[in-house]
Design a protein around this ligand. Structure first.
Ligand code: HEC
Length: 165
């Protein structure tokens, strides 16, 4: 009997927690992580993004580079999970660092970009190379903030630019 009461108490406790959690999750003001915790820039949907309006071939080239960027981030996180810091550093430098800029430019076939886009692209390569530089330390307290900065550089550009009107 005692055990049944204790079990019931636990069940009620769990139910209460799950209700409290779902209320918190649907209420943006009490949710654990609110939009205001995200630094620097407003949400993409609230920002007016500038359209690049590139020629179709350059647009396809840009999209291909972008999908490779996402795959590179995935591969970096996977290498980190295996504690293969050497592989992660190679990926950060070669797939997201400045060498990738030359690949991207070839694919974009001389299309012109606004100066602000160029600056964001450079900042993104720089962040990736800074990640490449701290990876050999194997110190996650240095690596994770730099990984966040690398992803933040992707987010910042996506918040400012889109392909077409
Ligand atoms: C300098 C600007 C810039 C940077 C930096 C950037 N992107 Fe993009 N990305 C774009 C633009 C512009 C688009 C098109 C978005 C649109 O039209 O809505 C795009 C689209 C994408 C897409 C969709 C591709 C498709 O096939 O439609 C993915 C995935 C993506 N980016 C991943 C990334 C990742 C991951 C990073 C960072 C490692 C990154 N991007 C960095 C500008 C950038």
């Amino acid at each position: 009997m005692k055990r049944a009461v204790a079990g019931m108490g636990m069940l009620i406790g769990m139910l209460w927690l799950s209700v409290a959690y779902s209320v918190a999750a649907t209420n943006p003001h009490s949710a654990h992580k609110t939009e205001s915790d995200v630094p620097d820039v407003p949400k993409t949907s609230l920002t007016k993004r500038t359209a690049l309006n590139l020629p179709p071939a350059a647009q396809d080239g840009l999209r291909l580079t972008m999908r490779e960027h996402l795959e590179a981030i995935e591969a970096i996180v996977a290498a980190l999970a295996r504690e293969d810091f050497t592989r992660a550093a190679t990926l950060a430098n070669e797939e997201l660092g400045f060498p990738k800029h030359h690949v991207a430019m070839q694919r974009e076939q001389g299309a012109t970009f606004p100066p602000a886009y160029h600056d964001l692209a450079m900042a993104h390569h720089q962040a990736a190379e800074a990640l490449g530089a701290v990876l050999p330390t194997k110190d996650l307290q240095q690596i994770l903030p730099q990984l966040e900065q690398t992803i933040h550089a992707c987010v910042k550009c996506h918040q400012a630019f889109r392909l077409q009107d």
